[in-house]
Design a protein around this ligand. Structure first.
Ligand SMILES: [Zn+2]
Length: 345
């Protein structure tokens, strides 16, 4: 009893605050895709299973609610926030109806420069140009940022539908099964930190080099202006900023970082006609942004920002570097096991 009294006194001193374990889940797409090198998509059927599991085993809340709870120090245990990065149109067409059916809120972080554009996100375009069935020239030479790169495709220059099917489960972090896959991953690494202008130039060189690249895929497009508006209708989904061009912020001088962060907020606020209070760092690993980036985000007037490194959110977490856990195309059972590992492990 004395121990209980002491506990109560401690609780009173903390103002009744509790330190719950909270998770922010990181999704990108709800779609059925033929190829998905970065495992960005969860199928609609599986996503519905995820929502059922989250309703049963956790407490889905808005990111805004989590940010306020962090501020006041009253995090409800096993709260879960759903987030989507990049702003793919399938977030509206496939994810929103399921979120509504299960009454689960979510935040969609939109890269504002892709809004309303027909072009694919650059990593998807790379997939379309290099990893789809068809013939490519045998040799590629590309000068990026003054460095000359050369690749030989050999027999993989010709890529049949059977080849494509065989490798469609390939992930970019796996060993490359053909020279095409090697070309994809090495070009990805070279283009990722390049400036937007340089990357665009190189992608158009690449398009010319491929000669007969497959047409742009509409199921890979970003949200349009009207779709962003529809996404937030009903108040269950909120929109956050994710820069303009999705750069590696740490590779940019502070003035350009400020532009990317401030411009994306301003553009989205203009579209939505209300303040945008959350931000997510593109790529999001600690090497992809700096302490200066975090300051710029704070000064831009956001209430919180999400990173891309794994972990639980605790009362001590930095509101401007909230950890998130990636969710893959798991079955509902697998997600339930993951949840108990994250919460109780
Ligand atoms: Zn992103």
């Amino acid at each position: 009893m004395r121990a209980l009294g002491r506990l109560r006194r401690v609780a009173r001193r903390l103002g009744g605050r509790s330190d719950g374990k909270v998770l922010i889940l990181l999704y990108h797409r709800v779609a059925k895709l033929d190829s998905d090198p970065w495992a960005l998509a969860v199928t609609p059927r599986r996503f519905a299973e995820h929502l059922e599991v989250l309703r049963q085993h956790a407490r889905p809340v808005q990111l805004r609610e989590l940010s306020q709870a962090l501020h006041y120090g009253n995090l409800a245990d096993r709260s879960v926030v759903i987030t989507f990065d990049d702003g793919y149109a399938d977030n509206l067409h496939n994810a929103k109806p399921l979120l509504e059916r299960h009454d689960v809120p979510a935040t969609v972080f939109v890269a504002s420069g892709y809004v309303g554009r027909k072009r694919e996100f650059w990593w998807d375009e790379l997939d379309r140009l290099l990893l789809q069935p068809g013939a490519l020239p045998e040799r590629l030479q590309l000068i990026v940022n003054g460095n000359t790169y050369q690749w030989e495709l050999g027999e993989a220059a010709y890529y049949t539908v059977e080849d494509f099917r065989r490798h469609r489960g390939w992930r970019a972090w796996d060993k490359s099964p053909t020279p095409r896959h090697h070309l994809y991953t090495s070009l990805y690494e070279v283009l990722r930190p390049a400036s937007e202008e340089e990357r665009r130039r190189k992608l158009s060189e690449l398009r010319r080099w491929t000669v007969t690249a497959p047409a742009r895929r509409s199921n890979h497009r970003a949200l349009s202006l009207e779709e962003i508006d529809k996404l937030q209708e009903g108040g269950l989904l909120e929109v956050g900023a994710h820069t303009v061009t999705h750069p590696v912020l740490s590779a940019l001088p502070p003035v350009s970082q400020r532009h990317e962060i401030g411009k994306s907020k301003a553009r989205l606020e203009k579209i939505l006609d209300h303040p945008v209070s959350s931000f997510a760092y593109p790529y999001g690993k600690p090497r992809d942004y700096t302490a200066e980036t975090v300051d710029i985000v704070r000064q831009a007037g956001f209430a919180c920002a999400c990173s891309g490194f794994a972990g639980l959110v605790r009362r001590s977490s930095d509101r401007f570097q909230l950890p998130r856990v990636y969710v893959r195309n798991w079955s509902g059972d697998r997600l339930a096991r993951q949840l108990s590992r994250w919460f109780d492990g």
